[in-house]
Design a protein around this ligand. Structure first.
Ligand code: ACO
Length: 427
């Protein structure tokens, strides 16, 4: 990280955003628990004085993303999760894989807002709840403003801290990370989780994605031993499994004894566990999602969800019922990594239906977020379809076997008419 910035201390009340954010500029801040909520609340309160500006947001759990603010703020995101959904058509989407976010945003020379924890000395700060694409933007940012609070975790096991002279303005607050209460876990999530838990061997290294199913899977792993973690994000369940001694990272082929993640997205349980934990390392996306690094982890298990999967294994993880609710995200990178890993499991898990409609479909109703070449094991409450090595014809059979039984006849009929299921011959 390049230094040379002033590291000036200001109070929250003295911030004049008109002097900090030029009209039309892009402002970027941390997502989910990593949002510096005191700074973003202050920014939004003064938005009328600034005039039109742009905001790139990730998963939004706070109140800084609101249709009320679109009078001045043009929001863009890589995802439709959390409060982003409330924006509807006012949210513009960058449909990029996670690995491209840092370089794409860096070109904007954004105003960067960080939420940081205390460092090991007065001259540095810890990454708090996020490193991922965010800390990568420090060098190219036009201005870096950090909210520093004892309430943000000291991510102690990371390889380095953020030097004070990488920050332009430091604002001390009593802020704590935003947390989202865990959603209810239904019977279906539990059935899917039990099927996945049965596939996972002791000593595996886990990546978990967004949504209710990954959380349910972790709850089903309490009887496992010596699990490891290498993920884009982690939540409270990882902290619980680590505290129980289920996650030890002791058998990882790289980063032994370390839980590696880009983002802490959880509540007080996670933050307390993370604070000063030398067994936790926050790493940039170019490390957490790197194909060769993932491939070098034996028994790497990637568990992600989807809105729909078609009978060939193409995944829509972005659009449901015409609304952008998901993301391209890191699923593709993690699935490819799990394919290449010795003993790896590339898993996509989803309930077989939503709102009375099959989520196993003949034709996707939204975009292809993950190509069928990257699909591996698809799991619903009705079973496990291991598509690896299967021809299109056999994929169709395997996928029909995990669809909601009442929907199978219609799927057979619809797919029977479609050329994409025929391969080079007839079904
Ligand atoms: C930092 C990293 O690298 S993370 C790495 C992984 N990242 C990714 O995989 C990104 C892409 N994935 C995602 O965004 C998520 O996993 C998702 C959106 C696919 C699934 O998330 P979940 O929260 O489990 O979604 P869920 O199943 O609840 O569906 C979301 C909504 O769409 C609705 N829905 C789902 N499928 C359909 C459908 N086929 N038709 C209509 N509505 C549907 C659901 O009912 C739900 O609606 P509700 O919120 O009103 O109840």
């Amino acid at each position: 990280m390049r230094g040379g910035r002033a590291g000036r201390e200001l109070t929250l009340g003295s911030l004049r955003w008109t002097e900090l954010v030029p009209r039309g500029a892009m402002v970027v801040w941390g997502q989910a628990s990593a949002e510096p909520a005191s700074l973003t609340a202050s920014l939004m309160a003064q938005r009328a004085a600034i005039g039109q500006f742009r905001a790139f947001v990730g998963m939004s759990w706070g109140s800084s993303v609101s249709p009320d603010f679109t009078d001045q703020v043009a929001y863009t995101s890589y995802c439709g999760a959390g409060a982003n959904r409330r924006l509807g058509a006012a949210l513009d989407i960058l449909p990029l894989p996670y690995t491209q976010l840092a370089s794409t945003l860096a070109e904007e020379r954004p105003v960067l807002l960080l939420g940081l924890g205390l460092g090991s000395s007065a001259d540095s700060f810890s990454f708090g709840a996020a490193r991922e694409y965010l800390a990568e933007l420090i060098d190219g940012a036009s201005l870096v403003i950090a909210e520093v609070s004892e309430g943000f975790p000291r991510s102690a096991g990371s390889d380095g801290e953020i030097p004070r002279d990488c920050i332009d303005i430091i604002v001390r607050t009593q802020g704590v990370p935003i947390s989202l209460p865990p959603g209810p876990q239904g019977d279906t999530d539990g059935k899917i989780a039990a099927r996945i838990a049965a596939l996972i061997e002791d000593g595996s290294t886990l990546q978990i994605g967004l949504g209710g199913i990954p959380a349910a899977v972790l709850n089903a792993l309490k009887g496992h031993r010596n699990l490891g973690v290498h993920s884009g994000l982690i939540g409270d369940e990882i902290a619980e499994l680590a505290a129980m001694g289920v996650i030890t990272n002791a058998l990882k082929t790289i980063d032994r004894n370390l839980t590696v993640t880009g983002l802490l997205a959880g509540g007080p349980t996670l933050m307390k566990w993370a604070d000063g934990n030398a067994g936790l390392a926050l790493r940039p996306t170019r490390y957490t999602h790197d194909a060769s690094i993932l491939a070098s982890i034996d028994k790497f298990v990637a568990i992600n969800s989807a809105i729909e999967v078609d009978l060939t294994g193409q995944v829509n993880a972005e659009v449901a019922g015409g609304h952008y609710v998901g993301a391209v995200g890191g699923a593709g990178a993690f699935l490819r990594g799990a394919h290449e890993s010795r003993g790896g499991l590339p898993i996509i898990a989803l309930p077989s239906t939503a709102k009375g409609r099959s989520r196993i479909v003949a034709n996707l109703s939204g975009p292809v977020s993950t190509a069928r070449a990257d699909a591996g094991i698809v799991v619903t409450e009705h079973g496990v379809a291991d598509l690896r090595g299967l021809s299109l014809r056999r994929r169709r059979e395997a996928m029909l076997a995990i669809a909601e039984p009442a929907c199978v006849a219609a799927l057979e009929q619809e797919s029977g008419r479609s050329a994409q299921y025929r391969g080079s011959g007839q079904i």
